[in-house]
Design a protein around this ligand. Structure first.
Ligand SMILES: [Zn+2]
Length: 702
C-alpha cells in the first residue's frame, strides 16, 4: 500500500495509557514503562505486564492471540451480491478447509457481518449444521460451534451471511461518484490491507494463511465487475434478469489482504506488455484519455520487473483502477490495483511533469508489490517495513529505467532521503523494524520511517552489495519463497549468499535501532597517500548525543576524489566507533569526498580544511548535483550544533558560494539561524527552498 505524500510520523501511540491487565505491546511502547515482565507465548506475540504510569482513560486492549491452526482454508468459493441502492450485500462462502486436529469449533475473523447459517460437510460425509455463532466483536472473530467433533481431514465450510457496504473506506465499502450527466451514484469497492477482508466475508485474515479464491459477483448488468483474476463466465442471474453473475478464474494461493473486487461504472484503455500480460487502466466514465499515461507506465514497468527479478508476472492480466473515494494513495491487490484518482489519472492537456512523475512512481511501487509482497508475502506485520521500504526504493529504480530523463534519483534524495534523515534524528523516532503483535498496531507503523527510511537503507544496501549480486539474491529469494511467506531475515540470508557479505549484521544495525550516525572525518596527506580519520556517533537533532551507551552502526562508506567525482575510489565497512583509512595515489591538490551519490544513510561532518577543499568542485560543478544537494543538506542540519553561529554561517556561505540572489540567501540564513538559536533545531524544509538553485548551480557562482 502506498500512503498519501505528506503524511508524517504518528507516534501518538507511545503516549497511550497502559492498563494493569496483561496487554500486547510493541517495543516502542514497552520502552516507556518501568516495570515490565515478559512472557513470550507466540513467535511474534509478546505479552507484557506493565505497571500503569499515568491514569488517563483508554479502553483496555485485550491480549492478542493469532487464529488457531487446527482448521485452515485451502480454497474460498465466494459469491457476493452487493446492493448499490440500500448499501448492503449478501454473501455465500463455500470454503474447502483442512481439519488438522479434531475439533467442534471453527474460529475465524469476522467483523460487521451477520452470519445467517453455517454448516460443515466432511468429505464424503453428512452435513453438520453449526449450532452457535459466538461473535467476539472486540477481537473481530467468530467461533462457530458444532454439535459433534469435526474429524481430521478435508471438508467444506458453508456460510451464508449479510453485511453493509459501509462508508468507512475500508472492507467492502461504497464510493460516491457523479455520472457525466451529474447524477450521484455509488460504486462498491474494497480496501482490505491490513485486516479488513473480515468485513467482506468471514475468513482467516492473517497474511500467512494463504489459500486460492474462486470469486463470483452478482451485479447490475450495466455495471463493470472486476476482481483479482480474469472473467471466465458471465451469465444472467436466474432469478432477476437485471442482474449478471460474473465468475472469475481461480487465483493463485494468496493472502486475504490482497483480495479485491470493484463494481461500478468505468471506462478503460488497454494495452499488452511485451511479456504478454493484458494491462487495463480503468477511469471514471468519459475520462479514458486520462488513463493513457498510467497505461504507458504499466506496460513498460511489468517487463522491467519481469527481467529484474527474472520471475514472470504470474497472472494473465492486471487492472489499474481509479477509485473516487480512497483512503490511501494506492493498494497493490493482486491483479487489481486500486488508486486514488490523483495517483493514476493524468489529464494530457493540463497535468504538470511532477504529476506524471508521481503517477509513474506510484504505478512502479504497486507493480513491484505484485512480486515483493504478493508472490512472496511477509509472515506477519512485523515485516511490513521491508515490504514497503523495498517497494518505495525499487519504484525509483524502475522509473529511472523507464524514464531516464526524469533524473528521478535526485528527487529521491531531496524527498525521501532527506525527509527520513530529518524525522529519524528526532528523539521520538522509532526503529524501522517494530515488533507488531495486535494488527491494530499496523496503522501506527505505516509511516514515513517505514517508507522513506526503509527505502533509504535498502538503497544503501543495494549500493553496498552491487546490482549484480543484489539481483541474484532477489531472484533466489523470490524463487525460494514464491506462493509462501518470509521474514526479513530470509531476504538477508539470500542476499548474504549471493554477495558473500555480512548482510544480516549490517542491516540489523540499521533496522533494529532508531536513528543514524554522523560520520566525522579529517584527513592528512602522507606522500602520495591520503589518510582519513573516520569516526561515528549518533546524530541527534536536539543536540549532541549524551547517552552513556552510544549506539554503533555498521556503516558502508564510499569515497570519491576530485579526479573522478562520479566514480567510487574506495569502499569500506565502518564496523567500529572509529578507524583510519589510507587512499593510495591521491595528490595533495585533490579533494576527497565521502558518500558519492548521497547513498549512505548518515550525515557527514568534514574538518574545515576538507570542506574548504570541496569549494572548487562546487563552483565548477564537477561535484555532481546529487552530491551538492547532500552536502548542502548535511551542512544545514549541522548549523545549530555549532557553538559559534557566526563562524558557521560564514562557513556555509563560503561553501555555498556567492549567489545570484543574495537577498534571498541572506533572508533564509538569517531566518534559519534565528530559529536554530531559539529552538535548538532547524526547520526541515528550508534546505528544500534552496535546493533548485543549488542544483542549477546558481549558488555556486560569483
Ligand atoms: Zn506499498
Amino acid at each position: 500500500m502506498l500512503l498519501v505524500l505528506g503524511r508524517r510520523v504518528s507516534l501518538s501511540f507511545v503516549k497511550r495509557v497502559i492498563p494493569q491487565d496483561p496487554v500486547l505491546l510493541s517495543k516502542p511502547i514497552l520502552q516507556n514503562f518501568r516495570t515490565i515482565q515478559f512472557r513470550v507465548i507466540h513467535s511474534s506475540t509478546v505479552f507484557a505486564i506493565a505497571t500503569r504510569q499515568n491514569t488517563d482513560t483508554m479502553p483496555e486492549r485485550r491480549p492478542f492471540v493469532r487464529l488457531p491452526t487446527d482448521v485452515y482454508p485451502v480454497n474460498y468459493g465466494l459469491c457476493l451480491k452487493p446492493d448499490l441502492i440500500d448499501f448492503t450485500f449478501e454473501g455465500k462462502l463455500e470454503a474447502i478447509v483442512e481439519v488438522n486436529l479434531a475439533t467442534n469449533q471453527i474460529v475465524m475473523n469476522c467483523a460487521d457481518i451477520d452470519i445467517i447459517t453455517a454448516s460443515f460437510v466432511p468429505e464424503g460425509g453428512e452435513e453438520i449444521n453449526a449450532t452457535g455463532f459466538n461473535y467476539q466483536n472486540e477481537d473481530e472473530k467468530v467461533t462457530l460451534s458444532f454439535p459433534s467433533a469435526l474429524q481430521k481431514g478435508s471438508g467444506t465450510l458453508k456460510i451464508d451471511f449479510v453485511g453493509e457496504l459501509n462508508d468507512k473506506m475500508k472492507g467492502f465499502y461504497r464510493s460516491k461518484y457523479a455520472t457525466p450527466a451529474g447524477e450521484i451514484r455509488y460504486a462498491a469497492v474494497t480496501q482490505f490491507e491490513a485486516t479488513d477482508a473480515r468485513r467482506a466475508f468471514p475468513c482467516w485474515d492473517e497474511p500467512a494463511i494463504k489459500a486460492t479464491f474462486d470469486i463470483s459477483l452478482i451485479v447490475p448488468k450495466d455495471r463493470v465487475a472486476l476482481s483479482n483474476m480474469n472473467v471466465i463466465d458471465r451469465k444472467p442471474h436466474p432469478e432477476d434478469d437485471s442482474l449478471l453473475e460474473v465468475k472469475f478464474a481461480t487465483t493463485p494461493i494468496m493472502s486475504t489482504y490482497l483480495v479485491a473486487f470493484v463494481i461500478g461504472e468505468y471506462d478503460f484503455v488497454e494495452g499488452q506488455s511485451s511479456d504478454g500480460v493484458t494491462v487495463r487502466v480503468y477511469t471514471p466514465t468519459g475520462k479514458a484519455e486520462q488513463g493513457k499515461f498510467a497505461l504507458e507506465v504499466a506496460v513498460k514497468t511489468l517487463p522491467f520487473y519481469n527481467d529484474y527479478f527474472n520471475v514472470p508476472y504470474p497472472l494473465p492480466k492486471i487492472d489499474l483502477i481509479a477509485i473516487a473515494d480512497f483512503a490511501a494513495g494506492a493498494m497493490e491487490n493482486w491483479g487489481l490495483v486500486t488508486y486514488r484518482e490523483t495517483a493514476l489519472l493524468i489529464d494530457p492537456k493540463n497535468s504538470c511533469s511532477s504529476s506524471r512523475q508521481w503517477v509513474a512512481l506510484v504505478v512502479g511501487h504497486e507493480l513491484a508489490h505484485q512480486w515483493f509482497g504478493n508472490l512472496v508475502t511477509m509472515e506477519w506485520w512485523t515485516h511490513l517495513w521491508l515490504n514497503e521500504g523495498f517497494a518505495s526504493w525499487i519504484e525509483y529504480l524502475c522509473v529511472d529505467h523507464c524514464f531516464p530523463d526524469y533524473d528521478i534519483w535526485t528527487q529521491f534524495v531531496s524527498a525521501d532521503y532527506t525527509r527520513a534523515l530529518d524525522l529519524d534524528a528526532l528523539d521520538n523516532s522509532h526503529p524501522i523494524e517494530v515488533n507488531v503483535g495486535h494488527p491494530s498496531e499496523v496503522d501506527e507503523i505505516f509511516d514515513a520511517i517505514s517508507y522513506s527510511k526503509g527505502a533509504s537503507v535498502i538503497r544503501m544496501l543495494h549500493n553496498y552489495i552491487g546490482d549484480e549480486d543484489f539481483r541474484k539474491g532477489m531472484h533466489s529469494y523470490l524463487l525460494k519463497f514464491q506462493h509462501k511467506n518470509a521474514a526479513t531475515e530470509d531476504l538477508w540470508d539470500c542476499l548474504e549468499q549471493a554477495s558473500g557479505k555480512p548482510i544480516a549484521l549490517v542491516m540489523s544495525s540499521w533496522t533494529k535501532q532508531m536513528g543514524f550516525p554522523i560520520i566525522v572525518v579529517d584527513q592528512e596527506q602522507q606522500g602520495d597517500d591520503r589518510i582519513l580519520k573516520i569516526s561515528q556517533k549518533k546524530f541527534c537533532a536536539s543536540g549532541p548525543h549524551n547517552g552513556e551507551d552510544c549506539p554503533n552502526w555498521m556503516v558502508p562508506i564510499s569515497i570519491c576524489t576530485g579526479e573522478d567525482p562520479g566514480c567510487t575510489k574506495l569502499k569500506v565497512l565502518l564496523d567500529s566507533p572509529e578507524t583510519t583509512i589510507t587512499i593510495n595515489n591521491v595528490s595533495p591538490d585533490q579533494w576527497v569526498k565521502i558518500n558519492p551519490g548521497t547513498v549512505g544513510f548518515y550525515r557527514i561532518q568534514y574538518s574545515s580544511a576538507m570542506l574548504e577543499s570541496l569549494l572548487p568542485g562546487i563552483r565548477d560543478l564537477t561535484l555532481l548535483p546529487v552530491d551538492r544537494l547532500g552536502l548542502q543538506n548535511d551542512l544545514f542540519s549541522l548549523l545549530h550544533k555549532q557553538a559559534d553561529m557566526q563562524e558557521e554561517k560564514n562557513r556555509i556561505e563560503r561553501v555555498l558560494g556567492a549567489i545570484s540572489a543574495p537577498d534571498l540567501i541572506q533572508k533564509v540564513l538569517t531566518f534559519a539561524l534565528s530559529v536554530c538559536a531559539h529552538n535548538h533545531s532547524c526547520p526541515g524544509n528550508w534546505s528544500v527552498l534552496l535546493a533548485p538553485a543549488i542544483l542549477s548551480g546558481e549558488y555556486t557562482r560569483h
